[in-house]
Design a protein around this ligand. Structure first.
Ligand code: L34
Length: 249
């Protein structure tokens, strides 16, 4: 795990990941680098970790400081150690449907749906948000399970018209209480990926829970919903990486 700078939310997430590794018996190293770290220094650390035989998985916690180019960093990670599945090789494999790693947050969402006994095949699935980290891979995973998938975003006209049709609604926009109960179909499965910190330090999701839970058939809370699942899926990818790197030696 590599963390650059001192974003307080990132600090919490990385601590949770470290704790999960310890609980699972996964050996981990943390590299906490100062905000002023140069891109070259970060690339050099990634190169070292790529070559380090006792490290199977590498994760650079995002966001990185503005003076560092995120794409350059992601591209530098050995795809076989890319437990986030952010490298273009792994992104391409997800598109084709033949993948080793699944990005942790969308994988966590899929696991929640599966464990709850919810069928995806033939369902109207609406993903709100089109980020490379969540929205796009989420849509692809739902498509692989034969969902009918719509991706909505900031330029979508009449968002409510789309969300109202969703049997499964995944919201990942990063705006507190963005989706309200009146935008949800009766009985729909609502999965809230957002984690927003309000001024009073309280956490809230992208879905207004109070109004949404009255109409939803199932709904995830924030905190205690998708966040912990993201970490669980990271553990799964890390075990996969250990197996993968063993056979490739
Ligand atoms: N490289 N960067 C990389 N990989 C990732 O998979 C992430 N992500 C997102 C941000 N940047 C990343 C995470 O790890 C979001 N994320 C993440 C991880 C854990 C939690 C939330 C987001 C989490 O533990 N959430 C707790 C609450 C934690 C709190 O108190 O703030 C929850 O119950 O939702």
């Amino acid at each position: 795990m590599v963390i650059v700078g001192d974003d307080p939310a990132s600090r919490v997430y990385v601590n949770n990941k470290k704790k999960a590794c310890a609980e699972c018996g996964i050996y981990s190293e943390e590299y906490a680098l100062p905000e002023e770290t140069t891109q070259e220094e970060l690339l050099s650390l990634i190169d070292t970790l790529n070559k380090k035989s006792d490290i199977s998985g590498i994760l650079v916690q995002l966001p990185v400081p503005k003076h560092i180019d995120e794409t350059t960093i992601i591209n530098a990670i050995d795809p076989k150690k890319d437990v986030d599945a952010f490298h273009p090789i792994n992104v391409g494999k997800i598109m084709v449907g033949n993948f080793d790693f699944v990005p942790c947050t969308p994988a966590g969402v899929m696991e929640l749906i599966k464990e709850s006994g919810i069928e995806i095949s033939g369902k109207e699935c609406v993903v709100v948000g089109r980020s490379n980290i969540v929205g796009k891979p989420q849509a692809m995973l739902l498509l692989h399970q034969n969902g009918t998938v719509t991706i909505c975003h900031s330029r979508t006209k009449d968002l409510k018209e789309h969300t109202k049709k969703a049997d499964i609604l995944v919201v990942a926009v990063g705006i507190p209480n963005f989706v309200t109960g009146d935008m949800i179909k009766e009985g729909a499965v609502v999965i809230d990926v957002g984690i927003n910190r309000l001024e009073n330090k309280k956490l809230c999701g992208d879905v207004e829970f109070e109004s949404a839970e009255k109409v939803a058939g199932a709904i995830t809370p924030v905190p205690g919903g998708v966040g912990p699942m993201t970490i669980a899926m990271l553990m799964k990818n890390t075990v996969k990486a250990a197996e993968l790197n063993k056979t490739h030696k």
